[in-house]
Design a protein around this ligand. Structure first.
Ligand code: OAD
Length: 245
């Protein structure tokens, strides 16, 4: 059973020229990828992401952090995009302008067919030199753990944004612009706690967008949004896509 979706949503979407979407870990939950604030599973249950996803953690114990990311990469490789990712990819063609902004690093939006995804927090499968920040490409030819940069010999890190690091200014500006231009913003599966992404719904609202949240749980965005759909994003988005035309 799915919640009943108010008619105003379809009416507003049918009139919309520009749509923006902000996703968080919740959209990938139905693909079996644990959200950030869910307990870590298995081997890694006794660590919190805040202890592993920082430059300091990598500096202290690069091997442990690298192995955690390898585990996460494997988890994502074994997962497939779900109905929510697929519906968003299919929705893009229905609007004059459609921008998808994600805080996720799993690449599942792209695997579902979404184009030009604004990956605010980077991507799990990118590799960077920890010393110099140079992008090194997806396949690495180094037996060490973590692998070594072919240019400077420094350790290689995953290309994600860690706690204490800044999101790319240009990606943030582009995301902000998409939110400001949007007639409708869909905020999907994010706890709305991590800035600057968490501030984007308010920017869209201030600029006049109709803001819709899709999340089975209440979040701090509750008071700001025009419509809250308290259900899983996979079924809600599939329903919207089917009923839009
Ligand atoms: P969180 O783990 O904080 O929140 C996930 C949200 O998804 C929660 O509000 C859940 O209620 C919701 N949720 C769970 N299952 C869902 C489903 N089936 N459909 C829809 N929603 C569902 O994840 P984020 O908000 O993405 O940053 O976290 C933001 C950032 O915090 C992450 O990108 C990460 C972390 O620190 C960095 O790594 C920089």
């Amino acid at each position: 059973m799915m919640i009943e979706i108010p008619k105003i949503l379809l009416e507003t979407l049918r009139d919309a020229k520009a749509v923006a979407v902000l996703t968080g870990a919740g959209i990938s939950a139905e693909s079996g990828i644990p959200t950030f604030r869910d307990a870590q599973t298995g081997l890694w249950a006794r660590y919190s992401p805040e202890d592993l996803a920082t430059p300091q953690a990598f500096h202290r114990n690069p091997r442990m952090v690298w192995e955690w990311y390898q585990w996460r990469r494997q988890l994502v490789l074994e997962a497939t995009p779900n109905a929510g990712h697929l519906a968003l990819a299919a929705m893009a063609d229905r609007f004059e302008s459609f921008r998808l902004i994600t805080q996720n690093v799993d690449g599942l939006h792209q695997r579902a067919g979404s184009k030009d995804v604004l990956e605010l927090h980077g991507n799990l499968f990118r590799n960077l030199c920890f010393r110099e920040g140079i992008e090194l490409g997806p396949s690495l030819d180094s037996p060490e753990i973590p692998p070594r940069c072919p240019h400077c010999g420094g350790p290689i890190r995953p290309g994600v944004i860690w706690f204490g690091e800044n999101v790319s200014e240009s990606l943030y500006e582009e995301s902000l612009e998409a939110c400001r231009r949007a007639d409708v913003l869909l905020v999907i599966g994010t706890s709305g706690l991590v800035h600057p992404a968490a501030g984007l719904p308010a920017k869209a609202k201030q600029a006049g967008a109709f803001v819709v949240e899709i999340n089975p749980e209440p979040t701090p965005l509750n008071t700001l949004v025009d419509l809250s759909l308290r259900d899983k994003s996979g079924s809600v988005l599939a329903w919207i896509l089917e009923n839009l035309s």
